[in-house]
Design a protein around this ligand. Structure first.
Ligand code: FUB
Length: 338
């Protein structure tokens, strides 16, 4: 048995791995980190990614990655100026849809779609972002009935706090839980301690996978009493949504951002609510933690990143993989990043 975890692509800095199995091969769709010279800030201004690569594996435990090169560049996307952040790919009727987040020329994040004839790309972008889309970190999940759902959202630099939700809208101020800067980039937005956390969003995609088919809904992560996790709970949602299904149950997992965990909840349908279960991965080296979970050739895996190879430069991250196991009751055993 190979020794895991291992770095998936030591030749370059990549992050935010979205792993998917297509046609019997494993494909990883990462962000492509680079040294841009931008200073670190709480808005993620140091993440100045310009393009996406696709990596593929026949054997993810032993094989070197096949790098399919640049499959989409920000220069090709008419509406996007910069910061090509997390992306994910879903297949429908033999076409592959890459959903990605990027900033427009007004500094506002949206989600875009680009289409390919095969999972390796290249991907051809739509001229406009998805209507009504906002924030970052899309992940796309195809349910057994063929319906496709997009989970998205991220706080602070990901701008989710600009949109509020569920009657819970941060306000400019000084007391409480800081949710990130207001659009003026000066005033911190805060929620009072004890109010529900701002949720991720989920939306069903249109039949052509190029638009939302409905208004995005909040993804509630609730405790065992059915109460939403609170804004000051270190296990509440921050960014990096991922959905997978195991034994007929829906597993919603996410990053807690400023407390640096990967956590998850379990639900009975794609919209939730999801009952909080626990931590999948403790904090890694680097500020961000971001993941995906997939079964490949009979083994479940956690894909993630850390900043060990760059000596903790948080904008230069490296892709990793580790095996993931379930307990008999369907809960996930904590993954050890040794
Ligand atoms: O890669 C840029 C951002 O860092 C992602 O969108 C977040 O999830 C975090 O990993």
């Amino acid at each position: 048995m190979a020794k895991l975890p291992r770095y998936l692509f030591p030749k370059d800095y990549m992050a935010d791995p979205s792993a998917n199995v297509f046609n019997g091969k494993l494909y990883v769709y990462p962000s492509h980190d680079r040294e841009s010279g931008e200073a670190f800030d709480d808005d993620g201004g140091h993440f100045q990614m310009k393009d996406y690569h696709v990596l593929s594996f026949n054997d993810v435990e032993n094989d070197e990655a096949t790098d399919h090169g640049v499959v989409l560049d920000v220069e090709q996307v008419a509406w996007a100026e910069k910061q090509m952040w997390d992306n994910d790919v879903v297949e429908k009727d033999g076409k592959y849809y890459l959903i990605f987040s990027a900033k427009d020329y007004n500094g506002v994040f949206h989600l875009g779609v680009a289409v390919a004839d095969c999972p390796e790309g290249p991907f051809v972008p739509e001229p406009q972002p998805i209507r009504g889309s906002f924030s970052i970190d899309p992940s796309v999940f195809k349910d057994d009935d063929g319906q496709i759902y997009c989970y998205f959202g991220g706080l602070w630099g990901g701008q989710l706090q600009w949109y509020g939700d569920n009657g819970v809208t941060p306000v400019p101020g000084e007391q409480g839980v800081v949710m990130g800067p207001a659009p003026d980039k000066k005033t911190p937005l805060v929620l009072q301690e004890g109010t529900p956390a701002l949720p991720s969003r989920v939306v069903r995609m249109s039949d052509d996978v190029k638009q939302f088919a409905e208004a995005p809904r909040p993804v509630l992560v609730v405790d065992k009493d059915g109460q939403p996790l609170k804004a000051d709970d270190p296990h509440r949602f921050f960014e990096a949504s991922w959905m997978h299904k195991y034994n007929g149950k829906y597993y919603f997992s996410y990053s807690t951002g400023d407390s640096h965990y990967l956590c998850y909840g379990i639900g009975d349908n794609p919209y939730g609510p999801f009952t909080y279960q626990g931590v999948i991965l403790d904090p890694v080296v680097g500020w961000t933690t971001h993941h995906s979970i997939v079964e490949f050739k009979g083994q479940w895996y956690l894909f993630y990143h850390d900043c060990v190879p760059s000596n903790d430069k948080t904008w230069l991250r490296s892709l990793k993989v580790q095996r993931l196991f379930y307990n008999e009751d369907g809960t996930i055993q904590k993954v050890i990043n040794e």
